[in-house]
Design a protein around this ligand. Structure first.
Ligand SMILES: O=C(O)CCC(=O)C(=O)O
Ligand SMILES: [Fe+2]
Length: 530
Protein backbone atom coordinates (compact mmCIF):
# COMPACT_ATOMS: atom_id res chain seq x y z
CA UNK A 1 0.00 0.00 0.00
CA UNK A 2 2.72 2.40 0.93
CA UNK A 3 4.40 1.80 -2.39
CA UNK A 4 1.74 3.81 -4.12
CA UNK A 5 2.15 6.75 -1.83
CA UNK A 6 5.89 6.72 -1.87
CA UNK A 7 7.73 4.16 -3.94
CA UNK A 8 10.87 4.13 -1.74
CA UNK A 9 9.56 2.13 1.15
CA UNK A 10 11.83 0.09 3.36
CA UNK A 11 11.27 -3.64 3.05
CA UNK A 12 10.36 -5.57 6.17
CA UNK A 13 13.22 -7.86 7.14
CA UNK A 14 14.01 -9.92 10.16
CA UNK A 15 15.88 -7.09 11.82
CA UNK A 16 14.10 -3.86 10.92
CA UNK A 17 10.60 -4.31 12.27
CA UNK A 18 10.63 -1.32 14.66
CA UNK A 19 12.10 1.12 12.23
CA UNK A 20 9.93 -0.22 9.41
CA UNK A 21 6.75 0.11 11.40
CA UNK A 22 7.52 3.72 12.40
CA UNK A 23 8.09 4.62 8.77
CA UNK A 24 4.95 2.83 7.68
CA UNK A 25 2.97 4.54 10.34
CA UNK A 26 4.21 7.96 9.37
CA UNK A 27 3.59 7.29 5.75
CA UNK A 28 0.10 5.84 6.08
CA UNK A 29 -0.79 8.15 8.93
CA UNK A 30 -0.14 11.08 6.62
CA UNK A 31 -2.87 9.63 4.40
CA UNK A 32 -5.30 9.14 7.30
CA UNK A 33 -5.11 5.41 6.82
CA UNK A 34 -3.05 4.13 9.67
CA UNK A 35 -5.87 3.67 12.14
CA UNK A 36 -7.74 1.50 9.68
CA UNK A 37 -4.73 -0.73 9.38
CA UNK A 38 -3.82 -0.71 13.01
CA UNK A 39 -7.00 -2.43 14.10
CA UNK A 40 -6.36 -5.29 11.75
CA UNK A 41 -2.77 -5.59 12.79
CA UNK A 42 -1.47 -7.30 15.87
CA UNK A 43 2.11 -7.39 17.04
CA UNK A 44 3.85 -10.37 15.57
CA UNK A 45 3.65 -12.48 18.69
CA UNK A 46 2.17 -15.49 17.06
CA UNK A 47 4.42 -18.41 16.35
CA UNK A 48 3.92 -18.50 12.60
CA UNK A 49 4.54 -14.81 12.29
CA UNK A 50 7.63 -14.85 14.53
CA UNK A 51 9.09 -17.73 12.70
CA UNK A 52 8.64 -15.98 9.40
CA UNK A 53 10.31 -12.84 10.66
CA UNK A 54 13.14 -14.76 12.22
CA UNK A 55 13.91 -16.84 9.24
CA UNK A 56 13.78 -15.64 5.68
CA UNK A 57 13.35 -19.20 4.49
CA UNK A 58 10.11 -19.41 6.37
CA UNK A 59 8.57 -16.86 4.07
CA UNK A 60 8.46 -19.55 1.50
CA UNK A 61 6.58 -21.72 3.94
CA UNK A 62 4.01 -18.98 4.34
CA UNK A 63 3.37 -19.19 0.65
CA UNK A 64 3.09 -22.91 1.00
CA UNK A 65 0.52 -22.43 3.73
CA UNK A 66 -1.57 -20.42 1.38
CA UNK A 67 -1.25 -23.09 -1.24
CA UNK A 68 -2.49 -25.73 1.17
CA UNK A 69 -5.40 -24.12 2.95
CA UNK A 70 -6.06 -26.91 5.47
CA UNK A 71 -2.80 -26.05 7.19
CA UNK A 72 -3.31 -22.31 7.04
CA UNK A 73 -3.49 -21.07 10.60
CA UNK A 74 -6.85 -19.48 10.28
CA UNK A 75 -10.22 -19.54 11.87
CA UNK A 76 -13.49 -18.46 10.48
CA UNK A 77 -12.53 -15.56 8.24
CA UNK A 78 -12.38 -15.89 4.52
CA UNK A 79 -8.87 -15.06 3.62
CA UNK A 80 -7.39 -14.98 0.28
CA UNK A 81 -4.52 -12.74 -0.59
CA UNK A 82 -4.95 -9.05 -0.98
CA UNK A 83 -8.69 -9.31 -1.61
CA UNK A 84 -9.24 -10.06 1.98
CA UNK A 85 -7.37 -6.98 3.07
CA UNK A 86 -9.56 -4.81 0.93
CA UNK A 87 -12.63 -6.60 2.20
CA UNK A 88 -11.47 -6.25 5.74
CA UNK A 89 -10.84 -2.56 5.44
CA UNK A 90 -14.21 -2.09 3.85
CA UNK A 91 -15.78 -4.11 6.62
CA UNK A 92 -14.48 -1.70 9.17
CA UNK A 93 -16.05 1.18 7.36
CA UNK A 94 -19.31 -0.46 6.42
CA UNK A 95 -20.16 -3.98 7.39
CA UNK A 96 -22.71 -4.51 4.60
CA UNK A 97 -20.18 -5.17 1.87
CA UNK A 98 -20.71 -7.59 -0.96
CA UNK A 99 -18.39 -10.58 -0.90
CA UNK A 100 -15.99 -11.02 -3.80
CA UNK A 101 -16.80 -14.14 -5.79
CA UNK A 102 -15.84 -15.63 -9.13
CA UNK A 103 -18.60 -13.81 -10.94
CA UNK A 104 -19.17 -10.45 -9.27
CA UNK A 105 -15.83 -8.72 -9.67
CA UNK A 106 -17.14 -5.76 -11.69
CA UNK A 107 -19.94 -4.92 -9.32
CA UNK A 108 -17.83 -5.65 -6.26
CA UNK A 109 -15.04 -3.36 -7.33
CA UNK A 110 -17.43 -0.48 -8.04
CA UNK A 111 -18.95 -0.84 -4.61
CA UNK A 112 -15.56 -1.09 -2.94
CA UNK A 113 -14.43 1.94 -4.82
CA UNK A 114 -17.41 3.97 -3.65
CA UNK A 115 -17.06 2.71 -0.13
CA UNK A 116 -13.36 3.21 0.32
CA UNK A 117 -13.30 6.26 -1.92
CA UNK A 118 -15.61 7.94 0.52
CA UNK A 119 -12.92 7.43 3.12
CA UNK A 120 -10.10 8.69 0.89
CA UNK A 121 -8.66 5.22 0.80
CA UNK A 122 -9.40 3.83 -2.60
CA UNK A 123 -6.44 5.21 -4.46
CA UNK A 124 -4.15 3.73 -1.87
CA UNK A 125 -5.68 0.34 -2.28
CA UNK A 126 -6.06 0.39 -6.01
CA UNK A 127 -2.43 -0.10 -6.85
CA UNK A 128 -2.04 -2.93 -4.42
CA UNK A 129 -5.04 -4.69 -5.82
CA UNK A 130 -4.31 -7.28 -8.46
CA UNK A 131 -6.86 -7.84 -11.18
CA UNK A 132 -8.17 -11.37 -10.91
CA UNK A 133 -6.64 -12.27 -14.25
CA UNK A 134 -3.29 -12.62 -12.52
CA UNK A 135 -2.32 -16.18 -11.89
CA UNK A 136 -2.16 -16.17 -8.13
CA UNK A 137 -5.48 -14.43 -7.81
CA UNK A 138 -7.10 -16.68 -10.40
CA UNK A 139 -6.10 -19.76 -8.59
CA UNK A 140 -7.64 -18.64 -5.36
CA UNK A 141 -10.77 -17.29 -6.96
CA UNK A 142 -11.19 -20.29 -9.23
CA UNK A 143 -11.17 -22.86 -6.52
CA UNK A 144 -14.30 -22.63 -4.44
CA UNK A 145 -13.26 -25.65 -2.41
CA UNK A 146 -10.18 -23.91 -1.21
CA UNK A 147 -12.20 -20.90 -0.17
CA UNK A 148 -14.50 -23.14 1.78
CA UNK A 149 -11.57 -24.72 3.57
CA UNK A 150 -10.07 -21.33 4.29
CA UNK A 151 -13.33 -20.15 5.70
CA UNK A 152 -13.84 -23.09 7.97
CA UNK A 153 -10.36 -24.06 9.13
CA UNK A 154 -10.25 -23.86 12.88
CA UNK A 155 -6.71 -22.97 13.90
CA UNK A 156 -6.00 -20.20 16.33
CA UNK A 157 -4.43 -17.49 14.25
CA UNK A 158 -4.65 -16.02 10.83
CA UNK A 159 -1.76 -14.90 8.78
CA UNK A 160 -2.66 -12.84 5.78
CA UNK A 161 0.01 -12.48 3.22
CA UNK A 162 0.01 -9.64 0.82
CA UNK A 163 1.84 -10.63 -2.29
CA UNK A 164 3.21 -8.10 -4.59
CA UNK A 165 4.20 -8.40 -8.19
CA UNK A 166 7.94 -7.92 -8.30
CA UNK A 167 8.70 -8.39 -11.94
CA UNK A 168 10.49 -5.06 -11.87
CA UNK A 169 12.15 -5.90 -8.59
CA UNK A 170 15.91 -5.94 -8.88
CA UNK A 171 16.43 -8.21 -5.90
CA UNK A 172 17.32 -11.82 -6.52
CA UNK A 173 14.26 -14.00 -6.65
CA UNK A 174 14.41 -17.13 -4.59
CA UNK A 175 10.80 -18.16 -4.60
CA UNK A 176 10.71 -20.37 -7.59
CA UNK A 177 7.62 -22.41 -7.06
CA UNK A 178 4.68 -21.45 -9.23
CA UNK A 179 2.38 -19.61 -8.92
CA UNK A 180 4.47 -17.40 -6.69
CA UNK A 181 7.58 -17.18 -8.84
CA UNK A 182 7.06 -13.50 -9.42
CA UNK A 183 6.00 -12.59 -5.93
CA UNK A 184 7.85 -11.55 -2.86
CA UNK A 185 6.52 -11.16 0.56
CA UNK A 186 6.44 -7.50 1.40
CA UNK A 187 4.25 -7.45 4.43
CA UNK A 188 2.20 -9.80 6.44
CA UNK A 189 -0.54 -9.00 8.83
CA UNK A 190 -1.78 -11.19 11.56
CA UNK A 191 -5.45 -10.71 12.19
CA UNK A 192 -7.20 -11.58 15.39
CA UNK A 193 -9.38 -14.61 14.88
CA UNK A 194 -13.12 -14.45 14.73
CA UNK A 195 -14.02 -17.85 16.02
CA UNK A 196 -17.64 -18.10 17.12
CA UNK A 197 -18.08 -17.82 20.86
CA UNK A 198 -20.18 -20.98 21.01
CA UNK A 199 -17.25 -22.95 19.54
CA UNK A 200 -15.00 -22.38 22.55
CA UNK A 201 -16.99 -20.90 25.43
CA UNK A 202 -17.57 -24.16 27.25
CA UNK A 203 -13.90 -24.17 28.34
CA UNK A 204 -15.01 -22.19 31.41
CA UNK A 205 -12.82 -19.13 30.99
CA UNK A 206 -13.64 -15.49 30.43
CA UNK A 207 -10.79 -14.11 28.32
CA UNK A 208 -9.48 -10.65 29.21
CA UNK A 209 -10.92 -9.23 25.99
CA UNK A 210 -14.44 -9.90 27.32
CA UNK A 211 -13.96 -8.07 30.61
CA UNK A 212 -15.80 -4.73 30.49
CA UNK A 213 -14.39 -1.55 32.02
CA UNK A 214 -15.61 -1.12 35.58
CA UNK A 215 -18.08 1.63 34.77
CA UNK A 216 -20.10 -0.51 32.37
CA UNK A 217 -19.85 -3.89 34.07
CA UNK A 218 -23.21 -5.19 35.19
CA UNK A 219 -21.62 -6.15 38.55
CA UNK A 220 -23.36 -8.34 41.07
CA UNK A 221 -26.26 -6.01 41.40
CA UNK A 222 -29.54 -7.90 41.27
CA UNK A 223 -31.64 -5.91 38.86
CA UNK A 224 -35.34 -6.11 39.71
CA UNK A 225 -37.59 -7.62 37.07
CA UNK A 226 -40.11 -4.85 36.79
CA UNK A 227 -43.79 -5.21 36.36
CA UNK A 228 -43.75 -1.53 35.44
CA UNK A 229 -42.95 -2.13 31.76
CA UNK A 230 -46.48 -1.96 30.36
CA UNK A 231 -48.10 -5.10 29.03
CA UNK A 232 -50.61 -4.20 26.35
CA UNK A 233 -53.41 -6.47 25.22
CA UNK A 234 -53.85 -5.97 21.48
CA UNK A 235 -57.24 -7.66 21.56
CA UNK A 236 -58.57 -4.91 23.72
CA UNK A 237 -61.60 -3.78 21.81
CA UNK A 238 -61.23 -0.10 22.53
CA UNK A 239 -58.80 0.91 19.79
CA UNK A 240 -58.32 4.39 21.21
CA UNK A 241 -57.42 2.99 24.56
CA UNK A 242 -54.84 0.65 22.99
CA UNK A 243 -53.31 3.58 21.10
CA UNK A 244 -53.08 5.64 24.27
CA UNK A 245 -51.38 2.79 26.14
CA UNK A 246 -48.84 2.32 23.36
CA UNK A 247 -48.02 6.04 23.17
CA UNK A 248 -47.70 6.36 26.93
CA UNK A 249 -45.38 3.34 27.11
CA UNK A 250 -43.41 4.63 24.12
CA UNK A 251 -42.93 7.99 25.81
CA UNK A 252 -42.16 6.77 29.32
CA UNK A 253 -40.16 3.60 28.71
CA UNK A 254 -39.65 3.26 24.98
CA UNK A 255 -40.54 -0.39 25.67
CA UNK A 256 -43.71 -2.39 26.15
CA UNK A 257 -44.82 -6.00 25.87
CA UNK A 258 -47.78 -7.14 23.81
CA UNK A 259 -50.07 -10.10 24.35
CA UNK A 260 -52.99 -11.40 22.26
CA UNK A 261 -51.10 -10.08 19.27
CA UNK A 262 -52.43 -12.62 16.78
CA UNK A 263 -49.19 -14.54 16.11
CA UNK A 264 -49.73 -18.23 16.82
CA UNK A 265 -48.04 -19.59 19.93
CA UNK A 266 -46.98 -22.70 18.01
CA UNK A 267 -45.21 -20.57 15.43
CA UNK A 268 -43.44 -18.62 18.19
CA UNK A 269 -42.32 -21.88 19.83
CA UNK A 270 -41.17 -23.39 16.55
CA UNK A 271 -39.23 -20.25 15.70
CA UNK A 272 -37.47 -20.35 19.04
CA UNK A 273 -36.71 -24.05 18.52
CA UNK A 274 -35.08 -23.61 15.10
CA UNK A 275 -33.21 -20.54 16.39
CA UNK A 276 -31.77 -22.62 19.24
CA UNK A 277 -31.05 -25.55 16.94
CA UNK A 278 -29.22 -23.26 14.54
CA UNK A 279 -26.84 -21.97 17.19
CA UNK A 280 -26.32 -25.50 18.54
CA UNK A 281 -24.85 -26.66 15.20
CA UNK A 282 -21.06 -26.91 14.80
CA UNK A 283 -19.40 -23.64 13.72
CA UNK A 284 -18.41 -25.11 10.34
CA UNK A 285 -22.02 -25.93 9.56
CA UNK A 286 -23.23 -22.48 10.61
CA UNK A 287 -20.60 -20.90 8.37
CA UNK A 288 -21.69 -23.06 5.45
CA UNK A 289 -25.39 -22.37 5.98
CA UNK A 290 -24.76 -18.62 6.04
CA UNK A 291 -22.60 -18.48 2.92
CA UNK A 292 -25.25 -19.08 0.28
CA UNK A 293 -25.51 -15.51 -0.95
CA UNK A 294 -22.49 -14.31 -2.97
CA UNK A 295 -23.36 -10.81 -1.80
CA UNK A 296 -23.18 -11.88 1.82
CA UNK A 297 -26.70 -10.81 2.83
CA UNK A 298 -26.85 -13.55 5.47
CA UNK A 299 -24.31 -12.63 8.11
CA UNK A 300 -22.96 -14.87 10.82
CA UNK A 301 -20.77 -13.14 13.35
CA UNK A 302 -19.65 -13.10 16.92
CA UNK A 303 -19.82 -10.13 19.30
CA UNK A 304 -20.64 -7.37 16.80
CA UNK A 305 -20.44 -6.84 13.01
CA UNK A 306 -17.08 -5.22 13.51
CA UNK A 307 -15.32 -7.78 15.67
CA UNK A 308 -11.85 -7.04 14.25
CA UNK A 309 -12.16 -3.41 15.31
CA UNK A 310 -13.27 -4.10 18.83
CA UNK A 311 -11.18 -3.60 21.95
CA UNK A 312 -13.70 -5.51 24.01
CA UNK A 313 -15.90 -8.33 22.81
CA UNK A 314 -19.48 -9.16 23.64
CA UNK A 315 -20.66 -12.51 24.91
CA UNK A 316 -22.90 -13.40 21.99
CA UNK A 317 -23.06 -14.96 18.54
CA UNK A 318 -25.55 -13.79 15.95
CA UNK A 319 -26.99 -14.45 12.55
CA UNK A 320 -28.80 -11.75 10.63
CA UNK A 321 -30.55 -11.69 7.28
CA UNK A 322 -33.19 -9.68 5.41
CA UNK A 323 -36.63 -11.25 5.25
CA UNK A 324 -38.80 -9.18 2.91
CA UNK A 325 -39.72 -9.61 0.11
CA UNK A 326 -39.41 -13.20 1.21
CA UNK A 327 -38.98 -14.68 -2.26
CA UNK A 328 -35.93 -12.50 -2.87
CA UNK A 329 -34.13 -13.62 0.24
CA UNK A 330 -35.26 -17.02 1.44
CA UNK A 331 -33.02 -18.92 -1.00
CA UNK A 332 -29.98 -17.45 0.76
CA UNK A 333 -31.08 -18.44 4.26
CA UNK A 334 -29.77 -21.50 6.08
CA UNK A 335 -31.24 -24.79 4.88
CA UNK A 336 -30.30 -26.41 8.16
CA UNK A 337 -31.85 -26.94 10.66
CA UNK A 338 -34.12 -28.56 8.07
CA UNK A 339 -37.20 -26.51 8.97
CA UNK A 340 -35.37 -23.18 9.20
CA UNK A 341 -36.72 -21.67 5.98
CA UNK A 342 -40.26 -22.93 6.43
CA UNK A 343 -40.57 -21.77 10.05
CA UNK A 344 -38.61 -18.51 9.92
CA UNK A 345 -40.34 -17.72 6.60
CA UNK A 346 -43.79 -18.07 8.16
CA UNK A 347 -42.64 -16.14 11.22
CA UNK A 348 -41.32 -13.27 9.07
CA UNK A 349 -44.65 -12.96 7.28
CA UNK A 350 -46.55 -12.80 10.58
CA UNK A 351 -44.11 -10.36 12.17
CA UNK A 352 -44.33 -8.12 9.14
CA UNK A 353 -48.12 -7.93 9.52
CA UNK A 354 -47.76 -7.32 13.24
CA UNK A 355 -45.19 -4.54 12.74
CA UNK A 356 -47.49 -2.80 10.22
CA UNK A 357 -50.34 -3.00 12.69
CA UNK A 358 -48.29 -1.52 15.53
CA UNK A 359 -46.95 1.25 13.28
CA UNK A 360 -50.48 2.13 12.21
CA UNK A 361 -51.54 2.45 15.84
CA UNK A 362 -48.50 4.59 16.60
CA UNK A 363 -49.06 6.84 13.57
CA UNK A 364 -52.66 7.32 14.55
CA UNK A 365 -51.64 8.19 18.10
CA UNK A 366 -49.04 10.68 16.91
CA UNK A 367 -51.50 12.35 14.56
CA UNK A 368 -49.81 11.09 11.39
CA UNK A 369 -51.50 9.51 8.42
CA UNK A 370 -51.71 5.78 9.18
CA UNK A 371 -49.90 5.15 5.88
CA UNK A 372 -47.11 7.52 6.88
CA UNK A 373 -44.40 4.90 6.42
CA UNK A 374 -45.58 3.41 3.14
CA UNK A 375 -46.40 6.79 1.64
CA UNK A 376 -43.23 8.66 2.55
CA UNK A 377 -40.58 6.59 0.83
CA UNK A 378 -40.01 4.96 4.15
CA UNK A 379 -40.97 1.53 2.91
CA UNK A 380 -39.55 -0.88 5.37
CA UNK A 381 -37.01 -3.63 4.86
CA UNK A 382 -37.13 -5.79 7.94
CA UNK A 383 -34.35 -8.09 9.06
CA UNK A 384 -34.31 -11.09 11.33
CA UNK A 385 -31.52 -11.21 13.90
CA UNK A 386 -31.05 -14.35 15.97
CA UNK A 387 -28.91 -13.66 19.04
CA UNK A 388 -27.34 -16.38 21.08
CA UNK A 389 -25.79 -15.77 24.51
CA UNK A 390 -24.15 -18.97 25.83
CA UNK A 391 -23.87 -19.48 29.60
CA UNK A 392 -21.08 -17.24 30.81
CA UNK A 393 -18.55 -18.11 33.57
CA UNK A 394 -18.43 -14.51 34.88
CA UNK A 395 -21.70 -12.70 34.12
CA UNK A 396 -20.83 -9.81 36.43
CA UNK A 397 -17.82 -8.84 34.30
CA UNK A 398 -19.18 -8.91 30.79
CA UNK A 399 -22.21 -8.10 28.62
CA UNK A 400 -24.21 -9.81 25.91
CA UNK A 401 -24.89 -6.42 24.30
CA UNK A 402 -23.61 -2.98 25.21
CA UNK A 403 -26.03 -0.27 26.17
CA UNK A 404 -27.51 0.84 22.85
CA UNK A 405 -30.52 2.30 21.09
CA UNK A 406 -31.81 0.28 18.15
CA UNK A 407 -31.11 1.99 14.82
CA UNK A 408 -34.58 0.95 13.67
CA UNK A 409 -38.13 2.29 13.38
CA UNK A 410 -39.35 -0.32 15.81
CA UNK A 411 -38.02 -3.69 16.98
CA UNK A 412 -40.17 -6.67 17.95
CA UNK A 413 -38.35 -9.19 20.11
CA UNK A 414 -39.12 -12.80 20.93
CA UNK A 415 -37.11 -13.20 24.12
CA UNK A 416 -37.97 -16.74 25.21
CA UNK A 417 -38.08 -17.50 28.91
CA UNK A 418 -34.58 -16.52 30.09
CA UNK A 419 -33.90 -13.10 31.63
CA UNK A 420 -31.24 -10.85 30.21
CA UNK A 421 -32.75 -7.76 28.59
CA UNK A 422 -32.58 -4.56 30.65
CA UNK A 423 -33.79 -1.07 29.84
CA UNK A 424 -32.42 2.17 31.24
CA UNK A 425 -35.13 4.24 32.90
CA UNK A 426 -34.28 7.42 34.80
CA UNK A 427 -30.66 6.32 35.20
CA UNK A 428 -31.59 2.90 36.57
CA UNK A 429 -31.49 -0.51 34.85
CA UNK A 430 -34.68 -2.49 34.97
CA UNK A 431 -35.11 -6.05 33.74
CA UNK A 432 -37.80 -6.94 31.23
CA UNK A 433 -39.60 -9.95 32.58
CA UNK A 434 -40.01 -12.80 30.09
CA UNK A 435 -43.76 -13.45 29.73
CA UNK A 436 -44.89 -16.59 27.94
CA UNK A 437 -45.79 -15.86 24.33
CA UNK A 438 -45.54 -12.10 24.69
CA UNK A 439 -43.46 -9.96 22.36
CA UNK A 440 -41.26 -7.13 23.60
CA UNK A 441 -41.67 -4.06 21.37
CA UNK A 442 -39.29 -1.14 21.52
CA UNK A 443 -39.21 2.23 19.83
CA UNK A 444 -36.15 2.55 17.59
CA UNK A 445 -34.08 5.70 17.41
CA UNK A 446 -35.49 6.48 13.95
CA UNK A 447 -39.01 6.66 15.32
CA UNK A 448 -37.76 8.87 18.13
CA UNK A 449 -36.53 11.26 15.43
CA UNK A 450 -39.66 10.96 13.28
CA UNK A 451 -41.83 11.69 16.32
CA UNK A 452 -39.56 14.69 17.02
CA UNK A 453 -38.64 13.32 20.42
CA UNK A 454 -42.12 12.45 21.61
CA UNK A 455 -41.35 8.73 21.60
CA UNK A 456 -38.27 7.39 23.31
CA UNK A 457 -35.81 5.09 21.52
CA UNK A 458 -34.66 3.91 24.92
CA UNK A 459 -31.23 2.59 25.76
CA UNK A 460 -31.06 -1.07 26.65
CA UNK A 461 -28.45 -3.78 27.14
CA UNK A 462 -28.21 -7.53 27.56
CA UNK A 463 -26.61 -9.26 30.53
CA UNK A 464 -25.57 -12.89 30.60
CA UNK A 465 -25.98 -15.61 33.19
CA UNK A 466 -23.90 -18.60 34.22
CA UNK A 467 -26.60 -21.25 34.00
CA UNK A 468 -28.68 -20.96 30.88
CA UNK A 469 -28.00 -20.27 27.25
CA UNK A 470 -30.32 -17.52 26.02
CA UNK A 471 -31.53 -17.23 22.43
CA UNK A 472 -33.63 -14.33 21.19
CA UNK A 473 -35.11 -13.38 17.82
CA UNK A 474 -35.26 -9.69 16.92
CA UNK A 475 -37.41 -8.42 14.06
CA UNK A 476 -35.78 -5.14 13.06
CA UNK A 477 -38.00 -2.77 11.11
CA UNK A 478 -35.57 -0.71 9.04
CA UNK A 479 -36.35 1.85 6.35
CA UNK A 480 -34.64 1.39 2.98
CA UNK A 481 -31.08 2.65 2.69
CA UNK A 482 -31.79 5.87 0.85
CA UNK A 483 -34.70 6.95 3.08
CA UNK A 484 -34.44 10.43 4.47
CA UNK A 485 -35.19 10.36 8.18
CA UNK A 486 -36.26 13.49 10.01
CA UNK A 487 -39.04 14.81 12.20
CA UNK A 488 -42.41 14.31 10.45
CA UNK A 489 -43.54 17.64 8.96
CA UNK A 490 -46.98 17.25 10.51
CA UNK A 491 -45.39 17.25 13.97
CA UNK A 492 -43.25 20.34 13.53
CA UNK A 493 -44.34 23.97 13.66
CA UNK A 494 -43.18 27.32 14.99
CA UNK A 495 -44.00 26.45 18.59
CA UNK A 496 -42.72 22.91 18.21
CA UNK A 497 -39.54 23.17 16.10
CA UNK A 498 -37.58 20.20 14.80
CA UNK A 499 -35.10 18.97 17.37
CA UNK A 500 -33.32 16.60 14.99
CA UNK A 501 -31.55 17.12 11.72
CA UNK A 502 -32.72 15.09 8.76
CA UNK A 503 -30.28 12.41 7.61
CA UNK A 504 -30.01 9.63 5.11
CA UNK A 505 -30.54 6.26 6.74
CA UNK A 506 -27.52 4.61 5.09
CA UNK A 507 -25.20 7.36 6.40
CA UNK A 508 -26.58 6.95 9.87
CA UNK A 509 -26.48 3.16 10.08
CA UNK A 510 -22.80 2.99 9.20
CA UNK A 511 -21.84 5.38 11.94
CA UNK A 512 -24.16 3.85 14.50
CA UNK A 513 -22.82 0.34 13.92
CA UNK A 514 -19.29 1.48 14.58
CA UNK A 515 -20.12 3.50 17.69
CA UNK A 516 -21.88 1.70 20.44
CA UNK A 517 -21.81 4.83 22.58
CA UNK A 518 -24.31 7.61 22.05
CA UNK A 519 -22.04 9.77 19.89
CA UNK A 520 -23.72 9.00 16.59
CA UNK A 521 -27.12 9.85 18.01
CA UNK A 522 -26.08 13.06 19.76
CA UNK A 523 -24.62 14.34 16.50
CA UNK A 524 -28.11 14.46 15.08
CA UNK A 525 -29.59 16.72 17.70
CA UNK A 526 -29.91 20.32 16.62
CA UNK A 527 -27.74 22.72 18.50
CA UNK A 528 -29.97 25.80 18.69
CA UNK A 529 -28.27 28.58 16.71
CA UNK A 530 -27.55 31.61 18.92
O1 LIG B 1 -31.46 -10.25 23.00
C1 LIG B 1 -32.10 -9.35 23.56
O2 LIG B 1 -32.73 -9.52 24.59
C2 LIG B 1 -32.12 -7.97 22.97
C3 LIG B 1 -31.47 -7.87 21.65
C4 LIG B 1 -31.28 -6.46 21.22
O3 LIG B 1 -31.37 -5.51 21.95
C5 LIG B 1 -30.95 -6.20 19.81
O4 LIG B 1 -30.80 -7.17 19.04
O5 LIG B 1 -30.84 -5.01 19.44
FE1 LIG C 1 -31.52 -3.68 20.82
Amino acid sequence: MTNMIQPQIPRLTKTNYDNWSIQMKTLLGSQDCWDIIEDGYTEPKNAAAEAALANEDKKFELYKLLESPPTLPTSGIRVWFEFNVVEKMANMIQPQIPRLTKTNYGNWSIQMNVLLGSQDCWDIIEDCYTEPEKAAAEITLANEDKKEKLATATHEEIVVVIVEDTEKDSEPEDFNSPPFASCTLSLYIQIETMELLSSWCSDGSLPESYVMPLEIRPGDLIVPLEKSIPVIDLQHNDRNNTIQQILKAGEEFGFFQIINHGVSEDLMDETMNVAEEFHAMPGVDKERECSKDPNGSCKLYTSSHVYPREDIHLWRDAVMHPCRPLDQHIQFWPENPTRYREVVGAYSVELWKLSCRILELICEGLGLNINYFSSNDLSQVPKILINHYPPCPEPSLTLGLFKHRDPTIITILLQGHINGLQVLKDGRWIGIEPLPHAFVVNIGFLLQVISNGKLNGAEHRVVTNSRDARTTVSFFVYPCDDSLIGPAKALVNASNPAIYKAFKFSDFINVSILNHDDGAFKELIYEPTP
